[in-house]
Design a protein around this ligand. Sequence first.
Ligand code: PAF
Length: 282
Amino acid sequence: MQTVTQLDPLRGAVEALRADGPIALVPTMGALHEGHLALVREARRHAAHVAVSIFVNPRQFGPKEDLASYPRQAERDSQLLEAEGASLLWLPDVAAMYPQGYATSVSVDGVSAPLCGAARPGHFDGVATVVCKLFNQVQPDLAFFGEKDWQQLAVIRRMARDLDLLFPSAEAIRGVPTVREGDGLAMSSRNAYLSVEQRKDAATLPRAMRQAIAAIRGGAGYDAALQALTSTLLSGGFSSVDYAEIRDAASLELREGPHSDPARLFVAARIGTTRLIDNMPL
Ligand code: PAF
């Protein structure tokens, strides 16, 4: 696996790989876990070469968020990627990504607005901007993202469609199902912030979500099921619930009752200062 930290050598490395067959990109912020490695494995099944980017993108963190403390462990990540058979690690620093005078932002309306977009103003502009740049830098045939960040995936697909991107096209942006711990907690680099006690309590989130979905399937109203879910979280160690909503899986429009199109349950909640998100199909 080749590691590059500057744009010029990246272009050369990508060109050499492309001569050999299709390239898949897995964009990450590092602190890799099994969820990321599942993306790399899936990418390997569909492309001759997998390029992985690791970049903790300052533009997607709010002023009071965890940019400074976000886990950084490039050496360990690099070993994991090597073992998974990735061909290229793109590891730019902030100056390589946003050089002096950088002034452009990509903003996606609609799907960016609710859920994490409402709770974290500017977050999806930062995500769309860096992912658009990563796509242009690597020009992959395919790109792989985790379904844990379902809204992020919707934003990136919308951007690719709206900007007529070709590398990758919107159709070549693939979602990979969430990888979970034994107790159901969705894998996330932010799980590392949890104390032993908080980590135990965190399993209440997927459990309460499954209960809400079962209740709805059994005929409960959306409102009642979501209220019960919120109460379960607040009495199960969570300090606050940012949102617990059912939305259309594609448009992310709010659903207040049954509908013919697929819907998903979306939740963001905090344990202490750590914010966890999850989503599941109804
Ligand atoms: O999901 C992430 O890790 C990030 O939001 C992404 C897509 C790498 C953009 O910084």
